[in-house]
Design a protein around this ligand. Structure first.
Ligand SMILES: NC(=O)c1ccc[n+]([C@@H]2O[C@H](COP(=O)([O-])OP(=O)(O)OC[C@H]3O[C@@H](n4cnc5c(N)ncnc54)[C@H](OP(=O)(O)O)[C@@H]3O)[C@@H](O)[C@H]2O)c1
Length: 269
């Protein structure tokens, strides 16, 4: 019999994960909503069949995935606590909320904290995961589910905030980077209908090479592209003058600090 998964909060990340699992996972999936705003989050009519407003749905779930905003976690757990069985496993994707904070309210269930990204929808997320009080067999099952969302790495829990900043938010800064390449492409005469496709394949191809050639440093890979007096050299000179490495570093550090801040919800969580 298929295992029962209940996803609480039908928002953006829940939609990305559930739409992937509905296609490739062998599981009985339901999604608990509290309002109809989910209708604006991209759920197709066939996907909407799994959405319910019945909180009792969490009873006897094998896995309850909490996909609400950190600020809503306290209310959500208070609403569901009496319905959650001690044999269920509770998995949170909420930024900044620690296993300890959830354990404060739920003393018995196994708890999993994970940080997938929006690319889960197409199975290309980069995901960190930490377990607390989860039996080996259940860990394997959960790892196999999260593996369906993309590349997953088990991490000590204290690294989940940095992972949120780098890889949870990551698609957004890659898209901002793509926008810059697309804009420059259009300025230099690349037809708009090709500019996005070319930029996206560029990032994909260069990233694949960085993975495959992992015996070479990134400076060596840059060196393979630069020739004296060439276009790459001109570009790198301007990037250096503008201090873009520092800009990126500061931006990602700010994201890391914000991830920790998000966990500063009322102390009774
Ligand atoms: N978006 C991402 O890329 C991403 C990636 C990794 C992790 N996360 C984490 O995932 C969580 C959700 O983020 P999101 O971007 O998906 O937010 P979102 O689009 O705002 O979704 C949150 C959903 O939770 C629902 N909700 C809140 N309390 C509820 C309750 N008690 N019962 C049922 N549903 C409830 C909200 O419903 P209403 O609309 O009715 O308020 C909304 O549909 C956050 O903690 C975030 O840190 C997000």
């Amino acid at each position: 019999m298929s295992k029962k998964i209940v996803v609480v909060g039908p928002g953006n990340i829940a939609h990305a994960i559930v739409s992937r699992w509905l296609q490739v996972a062998d599981a009985d999936i339901s999604v608990l909503a509290r309002s109809k705003t989910y209708l604006t989050k991209g759920w197709h009519s066939d996907e909407q069949q799994v959405v319910t407003f019945d909180r009792d749905i969490v009873a006897n779930a094998d896995l309850i995935m909490l996909a609400v905003k950190p600020k809503d976690m306290l209310t959500t757990l208070a609403q569901l606590k009496s319905r959650i069985s001690s044999t269920s496993i509770v998995l949170s994707v909420a930024a900044g909320i620690t296993i300890g904070q959830i354990r404060h309210l739920l003393s018995e269930p196994g708890i999993v904290r994970t940080m997938p990204n929006i690319c889960s929808e197409i199975g290309t997320s980069v995901t960190g995961i930490s377990f607390d009080n989860v039996a080996t067999e259940d860990r394997s099952w959960i790892m196999s589910l999260i593996n369906l969302l993309g590349h997953v790495v088990e991490m000590p829990e204290h690294l989940l905030n940095p992972m949120t900043a780098l890889y949870g938010s990551g698609p957004a800064y890659v898209y901002v980077f793509l926008k810059a390449i697309i804009r420059a492409g259009e300025d230099l005469g690349i037809p708009p209908e090709h500019a996005r496709e070319l930029a996206a394949h560029l990032v994909l191809g260069a990233s694949q090479k960085a993975l495959i050639d992992n015996d070479k440093s990134l400076d060596q890979l840059v060196g393979q592209v630069v020739s004296p007096g060439g276009t790459t050299e001109a570009m790198l000179r301007v990037l250096d003058q503008l201090g873009w490495q520092d800009i990126m570093h500061q931006a990602l550090k700010a994201a890391g600090e914000q991830a920790a801040q998000l966990g500063q919800v009322p102390s009774r969580l």
